[in-house]
Design a protein around this ligand. Sequence first.
Ligand code: SAJ
Length: 465
Amino acid sequence: MRPPAIEANQSVTASFTLSCQSGLEGQQGTGMRGENLPRVSVIGLGYIGLPTAAVIARSGMQVHGVDVSQAVVDTINRGEIHIEEVDLDGLVQGVVQRGLLRASTEIEPADVFVIAVPTPFHKDGQHTPDVSQVLAAAGSIAKVLKAGDTIILESTSPVGTTEQVRDALAAARPDLALPGMTHGTPDVAIAYCPERVLPGRILEELINNDRSIGGITPRCARKALAFYKRFVRGTCVTTDARSAEMTKLVENAYRDVNIAFANELSMVADAMGLDVWEVIRLANRHPRVNILSPGPGVGGHCIAVDPWFIVNGAPEQTPLIRTARGVNDGKIHHVIARAVALVEANPQAQVACLGLAFKANIDDFRESPARLVAATLARRFGKRIRIVEPYAAGLPREFEGTGASQIDIDTALEDCGVLIVLVDHDVFKSVPLAERAGKIVYDTRGIWPDQPLPVDEAVELRRAG
Ligand code: SAJ
């Protein structure tokens, strides 16, 4: 469901629940009770950092965003955005116009520092986490850090990273007493607080989701809690930093393992000649069963990545999490094999691949299984492959020279005899049966349960999921 539009100047803090009572939108720099609002620095202005910076600014706090990209900084300072997210454009425009958000490539002194930089893998092919950008952010914060400041890490991180941030700060600033390293009261607070927002619902979920706030010490957690209470409506639960780090990884590993179960079922159903969607629909009528949906694999920058951070931390204890990753990656190749067989079995037909995004109704093509399947078909079958992706202005680079072309859904329904559903965009779901009844369909997302069973091979493919 599309979240309700939020006006740039609308107060989000007015209806705080008991869990978050303190924040009310104040005048610039001053809270409702006249207290000085903290100045906030958000380091990393990407998919999480920019919406976070904008939401904090909307609550009245002065926010300075820091990013390594001059182009990103310039875009934000014009009140524009470099990423797509529902309602983010109006919000950023509003807070920039009101002077609450500005950006630069250089760090400045602040009271609260929020680190939201990427934590990818090392390029060693071993799925080992690379926290160098987090540590670089800590290094830059060290230059302007002063007693009384709070540092919060939001990036998805392996267990122990928040302590590494603390150690980096300690090395750079021996003049400051850091938490967990002093018998007295530390000069600064350091905590871990992961985001858990869904692309397409980021602004809504940043405010309304519960948060886990893990301090290096309980005092650190309380300091970070006081900050989040100013703009979060969900319940904020405090814990220690390592538990909060692990919680984030566990959430995404849980989802990956459950999607793997659905994907494995789809391949079992394929082998047994069963309709996996029918079986899941029936099984989910059990009050305590909730099987997720099979698809062409798991994409995006979170679910397919974060489980490896757990595996890496405890390789001997994680056969299930590791296997789930393998099942989900294997599903992509299963889909490619089935799709290739279908295209070869219908040599006269034009083939429409429906969708390139990593999930429904977004324009995010990062690590997308749909994109990999479509590009593999394009390389193999050239101009017979037509791509329908309403969220893309053009085809990604890997399609160059393949002969594949981008068309709209109407043209696909007119010209293509084979339809391969790779993404469950609403615009595809709403195609009525009458417009696709005569087609040969491979529906990897199960969006058309009413599709008639056509020729033998396609029958098997549709059942397979
Ligand atoms: N997928 C399936 N079947 C399903 C559900 C998803 O195949 O039943 C696929 C999607 O098509 C997509 C991939 O999994 O390719 C991931 O999609 P997603 O909707 O599960 O997750 P993300 O990556 O968009 O966002 C996740 C969320 N985590 C959880 O739901 C536990 C989000 O709350 C996190 O904030 C985000 O990761 C993150 O930043 O870590």
